[in-house]
Design a protein around this ligand. Structure first.
Ligand code: NAP
Length: 250
C-alpha cells in the first residue's frame, strides 16, 4: 500500500509549474488529488486525467482563491465527492517583476492582487476547508511560500512581504489548529519552471552561480518535498521547510 493511499489532497494552482509537480508526486504516493485551477481549466483537466490512478478518483475543480463564494462551494463539493480532506497545498500565487527601488512601478492594483491572492487566498482556502479537515483529523496544510519571505530578495517587495505574511500565518494557524490540523510552509528558492525558463539565461545563470548547490531547483524536487512532509514529519507543525540549494547563505 502506498503511503498516501486513501488520502485526499487539494492543490490550489495545481496546473502551474510547481503545482503540477506537487500533484504528480502526491498521486504517485497514492493520494487522490483535486487539481485546483483558476484560469487553467483545460490544463488542470488533462493533468487530473493523466495522474497515476489512486484508490479514489482525481478531479480538476475550480479553486479561484480570491473568490470566497466559489471556494466555499468547492469545499461543499469536496465533502460531497470524498467526505474528507487530508491535505491542502496552498500553491496558488502571483507576482510580477518590479525592481525594488521602483516604488512607482508597484501600483495599488498590483499590490492588492498579490496580497489578495498570496495571503488572503491561502487563508480563505483553509477557512473554507477547515470544518472538513478538522472532521477528517490528522490533516495537513502546506503553504507554498518562498525564501523571499526571509531574504527579502524576490520579484518585487510586495511579493516578498506576501510570503513573509504567509509564513507568519503558518505559525499562528499551526498553534491555533493543533492537534487536528498541522500547518507548515514549504519555501523553494528559484525553481526551474517554464515561466522561469523564459527569463534571460544570463540572469538564471547568475542565480545558479549564487546558489551553493550551483543550480536551480527542479519542480519535481518541490513535489518530493511535499510528499516527504506529508509522510515523514508527523510530529512537525508551524515549521518553514526550505528547499533552496542554500541560496540564502550567499
Ligand atoms: N517558480 C519559482 O521559482 C518559485 C519560487 C518560490 C516560490 N514559488 C511559489 O510557488 C507557487 C507556484 O508558482 P509557479 O512558479 O508554479 O508559478 P505558475 O506556474 O505561474 O503557477 C501559479 C499558479 O497560481 C495560480 N493562481 C494565480 N492566481 C490565482 C487565483 N486568483 N486563484 C487561484 N489560483 C491562482 C495559477 O492558476 P491558473 O493558471 O489556473 O490561473 C497557477 O496555477 C507560487 O505560490 C509561487 O509564489 C515559486
Amino acid at each position: 500500500m502506498k503511503a498516501l493511499e486513501g488520502k485526499v489532497a487539494v492543490v490550489t494552482g495545481g496546473a502551474g509549474g510547481i503545482g503540477t509537480a506537487i500533484c504528480e508526486a502526491l498521486a504517485e504516493s497514492g493520494a487522490a488529488v483535486v487539481v485546483g485551477y483558476n484560469r487553467s481549466k483545460t490544463q488542470a483537466e488533462s493533468l487530473a486525467a493523466r495522474l497515476p490512478q489512486a484508490s479514489l478518483p482525481h478531479a480538476a475543480l475550480a479553486a479561484p482563491v480570491t473568490d470566497t463564494a466559489q471556494i466555499e462551494a468547492l469545499a461543499v463539493e469536496i465533502d460531497q465527492r470524498y467526505g474528507r480532506c487530508d491535505i491542502l497545498v496552498n500553491c496558488a500565487g502571483t507576482t510580477r517583476f518590479v525592481a525594488h527601488e521602483n516604488l512607482a512601478g508597484l501600483d495599488d492594483a498590483l499590490i492588492d492582487t498579490i496580497l489578495t491572492t498570496n495571503v488572503r487566498g491561502a487563508f480563505a482556502m483553509l477557512r473554507a476547508l477547515h470544518p472538513l479537515m478538522q472532521r477528517t483529523g490528522n490533516a495537513l496544510v502546506i503553504n507554498i511560500s518562498s525564501i523571499a519571505a526571509a531574504t527579502a530578495m524576490g520579484s518585487n517587495v510586495m511579493y516578498c512581504a506576501s510570503k513573509a505574511a504567509l509564513d507568519n500565518l503558518t505559525k499562528s494557524l499551526a498553534r491555533a489548529l493543533a492537534p487536528d490540523i498541522r500547518v507548515v510552509s514549504l519555501s523553494p528558492g528559484l525553481v526551474d519552471t517554464e515561466f522561469v525558463k523564459q527569463i534571460d539565461q544570463a540572469w538564471r545563470d547568475e542565480q545558479a552561480a549564487q546558489t551553493p548547490l550551483k543550480r536551480l531547483a527542479e519542480p519535481k524536487e518541490i513535489g518530493q518535498a511535499a510528499v516527504a512532509i506529508a509522510t515523514s514529519f508527523p510530529f512537525t507543525t508551524g515549521t518553514i521547510f526550505s528547499v533552496d540549494g542554500g541560496r540564502p547563505l550567499k
